[in-house]
Design a protein. Structure first.
Lengths: 119, 107
């Protein structure tokens, strides 16, 4: 069974960089096989917002509205991938999910990590 | 960018009712459309992918249809456990835009 687990600080100061890591178990990211590894966020009480995704070879795809501030990277040796979001504001407060997506949509999700931006 | 719009934003129906949620894409997205169910405090759960394919383990009362720019999720006989928010998503190699969500309440 594929499992994903987010980790990282739950509180980030405005203007700083939010950093999260997603550890994957039960599947090797380096297998490729058409699976993309990505991040989705959900502000409190609001809908889902796709942030971006990465393929095992390092190809990245970002939401145009966040592209200037987002970096997603992959570490196949540790079977994990990471999110960095720079210059955060209160509007970036959200539950951040990591997920696996294939040709059949997002089939596995992490449990979600609440990140609050506040001084 | 392709935008996804869902309607209605909320709906209230009785157990046993047939419920339909519609999702529109701002341009043709072929069949790369998925539907998810999310309950409070939980990660979303995949229901339907490639417009009409039922994810393993999902009850057969859920179905999806559509093509091009208009897609629907239908619950043939609403059950109490179906109280949740439903999202459509356009997905391909480089995108994953979600619709705004539809909250389904049981009367």
């Amino acid at each position: 069974q594929v499992q994903l687990q987010e980790s990282g600080p739950g509180l980030v100061k405005p203007s700083e960089t939010l950093s999260l890591t997603c550890a994957v178990s039960g599947y090797s990211i380096s297998s490729g096989s058409g699976y993309y590894w990505g991040w989705i966020r959900q502000p409190p009480g609001k809908g889902l917002d796709w942030i971006g995704s990465i393929y095992h070879n390092g190809d990245t795809y970002y939401n145009p509205s966040l592209k200037s501030r987002v970096t997603i990277s992959v570490d196949t040796s540790r079977n994990q991938f990471s999110l960095k979001l720079s210059s955060v504001t209160a509007a970036d407060t959200a539950v951040y999910y990591c997920a696996r997506r294939g040709g059949g949509g997002i089939d596995f999700w992490g449990q979600g990590a609440l990140v609050t931006v506040s001084s | 960018d392709i935008q996804m719009t869902q309607s209605p934003s909320t709906l209230s129906a009785s157990v046993g009712d047939r419920v339909t949620i519609t999702c529109w894409a701002s341009q043709s997205i072929s069949s790369w459309l998925a539907w998810y169910q999310q309950k409070p405090g939980k990660a979303p759960k995949l229901l339907i992918y490639k417009t009409s394919r039922l994810e393993s383990g999902v009850p057969s009362r859920f179905s999806g249809s559509g093509s091009g720019t208009e897609f629907t999720l239908t619950i043939s006989s609403l059950q109490p456990d179906d109280s949740a928010t439903y999202y459509c998503q356009y997905y391909n190699s480089y995108s994953g835009t979600f619709g705004g969500g539809t909250k389904v309440e049981i009367k």
